[in-house]
Design a protein around this ligand. Structure first.
Ligand code: NAD
Ligand code: MG
Length: 300
C-alpha cells in the first residue's frame, strides 16, 4: 500500500483512503494469489487492532488464505479467537502467511488445505477444527468461485456445476456438519454479493449462487433461532481480491474495478472484516437473518 492506514480508527476521507482505478492489467490463473496483485490488497495486517471481542471463541473460515477471508482471519485472531482456515492446496503460500499472522496474535491456527467441492472434505474440516480447538462457535462460509462469461453459450455444464458446488453445496455440507457442535451463542456468517439482487450479466452462474446464499442464510436463521444460534449474510460490492483478476472479471473491468460505485474505488478486505467481527461477537446478539451490504454506496 502506498499510504498504509495506521489503525482502523484513524479518521480519513473514505474516497482517498485506498487506491482508485485505473489499475494495471494483471491476469493470473484461478485461484489467484493475493501476493501477485498490483497494488497488493490491504487485509489489515498493519492496521487491525483487536479488543478481545472474540476472546476464547473457535472459528472456521473457508477461503481464509486471501481476500475477505484473510482479513476476517486476521481480525478474529486479534480479537482473541482460535482460527482455522480452509483453502485450495495451490494457495499454500498465501495460507502460510495467514497462519503466521494468526499465531502472531497469540491464538491457535489450523491450516485445512483441500477442495470444498468434495462433501467428505467439507465434513472433515469441521471435525478437524473441533478436534484441534475443542469446539466450534463461529462458522464463516466465505470461499467462492467466480468465472465471468459474456454469454450463456460460453458457460459449460462443468463450470456451472463447479460454481454451484463451491458456492452453494459446500455451504450446505459444512453447515450441516457444524451445527451439531455449536452451542447457544454460536454464529454462522455467509458471504453473498451485491450480485444477489443486482446480477452482473457476465456473472450468470455466480450471481445465481449468490442469490441462493442469501435465501439459504435467511431460511437457516429461522431454523436456528430455537437453538440460540444466529445466521447472517454479508453482501460485498467490488473488493480488491485475487478472485477478480484470476478470471472473475475481464481485464478491462479489472482496470476500472470499483469506478462504478459512489465512493469511486474498490473496497479493501480490511474494510469489510469489521462487520464479520460484529456479526460473530455477542454485540450482535439481536441480529439474525440479516443481509448486510458493504458496497461503497451501491444500493441493493
Ligand atoms: P479470494 O479469491 O481471495 O477468496 C476466495 C477463496 O475461495 C480462495 O482463496 C479459495 O481458497 C477459496 N476457494 C475457491 N474454490 C475453492 C474450493 N473448490 N475449495 C476450497 N476453497 C476454495 O476472493 P474474495 O473476493 O476474498 O472472495 C471471498 C468471498 O467473497 C467469495 O465468496 C466471493 O464470491 C465473495 N465476494 C467477493 C467480491 C469481490 O469483489 N471480491 C464481491 C462479492 C462477493
Ligand atoms: Mg485465495
Amino acid at each position: 500500500m502506498s499510504d498504509p492506514v495506521k489503525n482502523q480508527y484513524e479518521m480519513r476521507d473514505p474516497r482517498e483512503q485506498y487506491p482508485k482505478p485505473p489499475f494495471p492489467e494483471q491476469p493470473q490463473a484461478a485461484p489467484g494469489l493475493a501476493a501477485k496483485m498490483v497494488p497488493e490488497p490491504d487485509h489489515g495486517e498493519t492496521s487491525y487492532q483487536g479488543f478481545g471481542r472474540l476472546k476464547g471463541r473457535k472459528a472456521l473460515i473457508t477461503g481464509g488464505d486471501s481476500g475477505i477471508g484473510r482479513a476476517v482471519a486476521i481480525a478474529y485472531a486479534r480479537e482473541g479467537a482460535d482460527v482455522a482456515i480452509g483453502y485450495l492446496p495451490s494457495e499454500e503460500k498465501d495460507a502460510q502467511e495467514v497462519i503466521k499472522l494468526i499465531e502472531a496474535a497469540g491464538v491457535k491456527a489450523l491450516a485445512l488445505p483441500g477442495d470444498l467441492k468434495d462433501e467428505s472434505f467439507c465434513t472433515q474440516i469441521v471435525e478437524k477444527t473441533v478436534a484441534a480447538f475443542g469446539g466450534l462457535d463461529i462458522l464463516v462460509s466465505n470461499a467462492g468461485k467466480q468465472v465471468f462469461q459474456e454469454s450463456i453459450a460460453d458457460i459449460t455444464t462443468e463450470q456451472f456445476d463447479q460454481t454451484f458446488k463451491t458456492n452453494v453445496y459446500a455451504l450446505f455440507w459444512i453447515t450441516k456438519a457444524a451445527i451439531p457442535h455449536m452451542q447457544p451463542g454460536s454464529t454462522i456468517i455467509t458471504t453473498s454479493s451485491v450480485n444477489a439482487t443486482q446480477p452482473s450479466e457476465t456473472l450468470l452462474d455466480y450471481a445465481t449462487t449468490k442469490a441462493a446464499i442469501a435465501a439459504y442464510t435467511e431460511a437457516l436463521s429461522g431454523q436456528l433461532a430455537e437453538k440460540g444460534i444466529r445466521a447472517n449474510t454479508v453482501a460485498p460490492g467490488p473488493f480488491w481480491t485475487a478472485l477478480q483478476p484470476s478470471g472473475g472479471q475481464s481485464q478491462e473491468k479489472v482496470k476500472e474495478f470499483g469506478s462504478q460505485v459512489p465512493l469511486g474505488r474498490p473496497g479493501q478486505p480490511a474494510e469489510i472484516a469489521p462487520i464479520y467481527v460484529l456479526l460473530a461477537s455477542q454485540e450482535s446478539s439481536y441480529i439474525t437473518g440479516g443481509l448486510f451490504p458493504v458496497t461503497g454506496g451501491k444500493i441493493m
